[in-house]
Design a protein around this ligand. Structure first.
Ligand code: A3P
Length: 329
């Protein structure tokens, strides 16, 4: 693929001279698709993303009421964004869930909740954030927590992390990557991604470091860091959305529960509903079609693609890396 046609996350056209110099001093790796990664503060980034991370670290000024939705890519970010938007919107008098003006009807969740390093700070360390509500700003990130530590260390802002079983995440990433690169979903690509996941040399990886950074913070500071699991959200959506609402400080009232608002939020944000909206069927952002964010959304789908050997290898690595953390898959 012509580098100019690559989606912006995979390009190298936003990096400054200073960042080029930094990159030359970092560990680097070219993945099986020919994309260059480098390791910064323990995490692997494509070059444009690294620039966004550096700009964020230089320029982001947290506000006390900020909410940051964090995840490893392909772990349920789109769903978490939609749910959070729907929860917060319901408190606005002018916008009920059945309102024709509901933001989820007009934009993809990634357009409503922009990513700090990829959408906001990708070009500058002082982007214009004036379009965000002064009293509550909603952002997302795929950075591991250590990348935000210095910037957020005195801030009481809230962080919600969604994690997903690594095997389903890997298969989801395989489908997504092939879609955005417009290449065939071949076994060869899956096998090389599997190897990269296992080695930890993968975009935003190692996966286990990512998980653990948020997991530990959620245990140490549960008032500010909420750890959610995709599988639990699928198995017990009502309990999990109530947990999220409580954490965000916008719990469901008894009246809302009695009148079915919990189910209304869940229906609005369901994969079936979101993927059927015109904006998600036809729109695109940063050279990525919105429709690529919606596939099956099933727990355990990886069984259909990974061999037992591939599964075993991941299971063993995850078990070893998470040992003693209390986090179990
Ligand atoms: P699959 O590829 O397994 O289907 P992310 O949002 O982090 O990019 O993750 C994408 C995964 O979440 C995809 O998984 C996608 O189908 C699933 N997904 C997207 N929207 C969802 C929703 N509203 N409910 C449940 N899963 C959703």
């Amino acid at each position: 693929m012509d580098p100019k046609e690559l989606p912006s996350i995979l390009r190298e056209d936003k990096i400054s001279e200073e960042t080029k110099k930094l990159i030359s001093s970092l560990l680097s790796h070219t993945d099986s698709q020919g994309q260059k990664l480098c390791q910064y503060q323990g995490c692997w980034y494509y070059y444009n993303t690294l620039q966004g991370v550096l700009n964020f670290q230089r320029g982001f000024k947290p506000q006390d009421t900020d909410i940051i939705l964090a995840s490893y890519p392909k772990s349920g970010t789109t769903w978490l964004k939609a749910l959070t938007v729907a929860l917060l919107e319901r408190s606005k008098n002018h916008s009920s869930l059945s309102d024709d003006e509901h933001p989820l009807l007009y934009d993809n969740p990634h357009g409503i909740v922009p990513c700090l390093e990829m959408d906001l700070y990708h070009e500058s360390s002082s982007p214009n954030l004036s379009k965000f509500s002064a009293h509550r700003r909603l952002f997302s990130t795929h950075m591991p927590l250590q990348a935000m530590h210095e910037t957020l260390k005195h801030s009481p802002c809230k962080i919600v992390y969604v994690c997903r079983n690594v095997k389903d995440t890997l298969v989801s990433w395989w489908f997504f990557l092939c879609s955005i690169l417009k290449i065939e979903q071949s076994r060869g690509v899956l096998e090389s991604l599997h190897e990269s996941f296992c080695k930890g040399i993968i975009y935003y990886g190692p996966f286990w470091e990512h998980l653990l950074s948020y997991w530990r913070a959620s245990l140490e500071d549960p008032e500010h860091v909420l750890f959610m699991r995709y599988e639990e959200m699928k198995a017990e959506p009502r309990d999990q959305i109530k947990r999220l609402a409580d954490f965000l400080g916008c719990p469901f009232t008894k009246q809302e529960e009695d009148s079915g608002v919990v189910d209304e939020v869940l229906d609005l944000c369901s994969l079936r509903n979101l993927s059927s909206l015109e904006v998600n069927k036809t729109g695109s952002r940063n050279d990525v079609d919105h429709k690529f964010y919606f596939r099956k959304g099933e727990v355990g789908d990886s069984k259909n693609y990974l061999t037992p050997e591939m599964e075993n290898k991941i299971d063993m690595i995850i078990k070893e890396k998470l040992q003693g953390s209390g986090l179990i898959f």
